[in-house]
Design a protein around this ligand. Sequence first.
Ligand SMILES: NC(=O)c1ccc[n+]([C@@H]2O[C@H](COP(=O)([O-])OP(=O)(O)OC[C@H]3O[C@@H](n4cnc5c(N)ncnc54)[C@H](O)[C@@H]3O)[C@@H](O)[C@H]2O)c1
Ligand SMILES: [Zn+2]
Length: 357
Amino acid sequence: MPVFEVKTSHCSYPNAIERGVSGRVRDYLPQRHGKIFVLTTDDVWRLHGEVIQNQFQPGDFEVLRFEGGENNKRMASLERLAEEMSEKGADRTSVVVGFGGGIVTDMGGFLAAIFMRGLPVLQIPTTLLAQVDAATGGKTGVNLRSGKNLIGSFHQPLAVLIDPDLLSTLPEREYRAGLFEILKCGIIRDPDVFWEFSRRKDDILAKKPELVDTLVAAAVRVKVDVVSADEKEGDLRRILNYGHTIGHAIEAETEYTRLLHGEAIAWGMMAATELSFLTGLLGEEDRNEIERTIRSYGPIPSIADLTPESLIGRLAKDKKTLGGKVHFVLATGIGAVRIVSGVDTSQVKQAILNTLR
Ligand SMILES: NC(=O)c1ccc[n+]([C@@H]2O[C@H](COP(=O)([O-])OP(=O)(O)OC[C@H]3O[C@@H](n4cnc5c(N)ncnc54)[C@H](O)[C@@H]3O)[C@@H](O)[C@H]2O)c1
Ligand SMILES: [Zn+2]
């Protein structure tokens, strides 16, 4: 099985990708540990809880159920969960396990980061998006009313157990949305991944196991490499934000309800690709191939009602804006990107217009 080691300045941990690895939690726990607190949602627990339950004696673990959803990824839920942990006997030896989609791994990571000033967390992501993105890298947090992920901390996990078998129950739309993050890895760094997407759409959508495993592993490898080289969002880590500058603006303008994150990123990547072409960084043939490939993994819900002006207005508010300047990750070819600041607003507007119409 592929195991990619994340190496940061103060720790290192494995990302293990293997069908069935979620059944071997014990191998990844510290030798001495207290109670296990599994944070999960009802749906995931109903579908896959047995895998976890079978590995522990009843008194050795507790299940913390959480409603899920962006609206509940909030401090209020975190406080309630921390109280519940405390009532169920959590102490400094306890371990949190995040067993769910990115909302659960973000919340579980943050809960672990702040409970008694820090418990270890083991991540077992169950959506494609969480497997290739959210669960790796140590970013944890919750939303504020004024914006997504505005409260949080870096808290690296003990390990990330990536079990593609868990994806069998994932709704088709969630699966497609996760695919866009893998495609992103192809565009920014791994041309082989891009060309698999370009040529093997039917196999990818049919979830052909060996292909899914290869693509998940390739995307995890990109994230692990980038995070290991740059834990806290310097220039290198920013390349993971391809399509996210405009994508985040789209999510905010549609109030986080109409599009899944990956779908907003699909639109954002098309706009970023168009902008790369308009600024002269990307050739026309590559632009066409990238746009065609992204669109072929739709349907992506329409955003034809949004205006470039409203999206550009949002860009300035993005928390990744530095000193008032919007930084764009732009493609220079298939598998290569560059960070560019000070892009002309008229070009950004044109790129959005060309993408929306
Ligand atoms: N920390 C990071 O670096 C990072 C990176 C990317 C995204 N995120 C965060 O991730 C979140 C989105 O994550 P998501 O897309 O996984 O959404 P999600 O966590 O809401 O999961 C999507 C839905 O799928 C259900 N589900 C999960 N696993 C399932 C399975 N195996 N079978 C059937 N249903 C299943 C969930 O209960 C939920 O209803 C956002 O809050 C985002 O901010 C964090
Ligand atoms: Zn993303």
